[in-house]
Design a protein around this ligand. Structure first.
Ligand SMILES: Cc1ncc(COP(=O)(O)O)c(C=O)c1O
Length: 397
């Protein structure tokens, strides 16, 4: 299949609709869904050629697939990345990017404010393979510098982080990685490429849980790794082909259709989230509200410099600790209690007892995951209805 339209200087919103599209001879307008595991060859010689690399073409969907290729090309265009590889989930993207890039004896430095499973990969799984780590306060540039060792290969950070919405200076941390010949991986799941493009700020690798804002409607798990050609060639390609954490073509197709509306959706999510954050800020039952685009956020200026919108997640701490947080959730009528995020439907979760429940209590306390903290993924419903629901539920706190 050929890419029939040449991207030229298309802007991001056009790339989100058109990027990477390769039409089959049927000239379909919507992207084709190639739900196939294998490909037939014209001859035994052609099959052999595919495996030696002399004959370009598809071999097996664990290696590549036209629908997945289109999704990868579109994601790469949106992130401004040379190449992309789609994975079965966000955690497959995080763990593959890390594992493919390190060997026994290497060292990783990571910002400690991150999703619970990312921390498990770095602090529990990598050490089993002889890879050590140092966790730092992501906002403390000296801590990053001091943590670097001659064997540091990878730096990892999430910005905004899950669930405390910490903002880390991507440009500065990327410069520290560059000084020492290491690579910085940025988990961009909370912002999506519609709001933040870490590679333009110097990140070497970007990972996403496409399950979140990229799918946008809570249907399909997925992930993606965006990087430079050399990382793909020297580390990722063989790792992915042989360990097989690949995305299903069906999920790639759903995500492709989602990308067409990503920009529109993210603008609406950001507007709703800001309205909800402002509404919560004035309530007596609410101890603190965390939202990157509120002036009360400690890194508000940096957030506005590196993101074009505050994102769709608002975290807030209610009075009464866990009891208060549970009472609020149980009193909601519109917002669903769910640990997913990035859906058209508003979803709320209590990180202490769900997404971050496996962390030791001291680690949660250090990250600011208080017993009264709630993470709200603000959906696309009318903001007034979301605020009304919260208003009613706050009365139960
Ligand atoms: C920041 C971040 N990274 C990675 C993941 C993992 O994504 P997935 O659930 O698609 O494996 C999540 C999931 O919540 C997340 O919030």
């Amino acid at each position: 299949m050929e890419t029939n339209k040449k991207p030229g200087n298309w802007r991001a919103r056009t790339l989100a609709v058109r990027g990477g599209q390769a039409r089959s001879p049927f000239q379909e307008t919507s992207e084709g869904l190639f739900l196939t595991s294998g490909y037939a060859y014209d001859s035994a010689t052609q099959a052999q050629g595919r495996f030696t690399g002399e004959d370009e073409g598809y071999q097996y969907t664990r290696f590549s697939n036209p629908t997945i290729d289109t999704f990868e090309a579109r994601m790469a265009a949106l992130e401004g990345a040379p190449v992309a590889r789609a994975t079965a989930s966000g955690m497959a993207a995080v763990s593959t990017a890390l594992l493919a890039g390190v060997s026994s004896g290497d060292h990783v430095v990571a910002a400690k404010a991150m999703f619970g499973s990312c921390r498990t990969v770095i602090a529990e799984i990598l050490p089993r393979f002889g890879v050590t780590h140092t966790l730092v306060d992501g906002g403390d540039l000296n801590a990053w510098r001091e943590a670097m060792r001659p064997n540091t290969r990878m730096l990892f950070l999430e910005t905004p982080s899950n669930p405390t919405l910490d903002i880390v200076d991507i440009r500065q941390v990327a410069a520290i990685a560059d000084e020492r010949g290491a690579r910085l991986i940025v988990d961009n799941a909370f912002a999506s490429p519609a709001l933040q493009r870490p590679m333009e700020l110097g990140a070497h690798i970007v990972v996403h849980s496409t399950t979140k804002w990229i799918d946008g409607q809570g249907r399909c798990l997925g992930g993606v790794i965006l990087c430079h050609e050399d990382f793909l060639k020297d580390h990722l390609q063989s790792f992915i082909r042989n360990t097989g954490p690949v995305m299903s073509p069906f999920n790639a197709w759903v995500h492709l259709k989602s990308l067409e509306t990503l920009d529109l959706r993210m603008r609406a999510h950001c507007a709703n989230a800001l309205a909800v954050a402002e509404f919560l800020s004035g309530r007596k039952q609410v101890r603190r509200v965390i939202y990157p685009f509120l002036p009360s956020h400690p890194r508000h200026v940096l957030a506005q410099a590196q993101m074009s919108g505050g994102g769709g997640v608002v975290s807030f701490e209610v009075e009464g600790g866990k009891q208060g947080a549970f009472a609020l959730q149980d009193a909601l009528a519109l917002i669903d209690i769910s640990n997913n995020l990035g859906d058209a439907k508003s979803l709320i979760t209590h990180p202490e007892t769900t997404t971050h429940s496996k962390l030791p209590p001291e680690a949660r306390a250090e990250l600011g995951i208080a017993p009264g903290l709630l993470r709200l993924s603000v959906g696309l419903e009318d903001a007034a209805d979301i605020c009304d629901d919260l208003e009613r539920a706050l009365a139960a706190v």
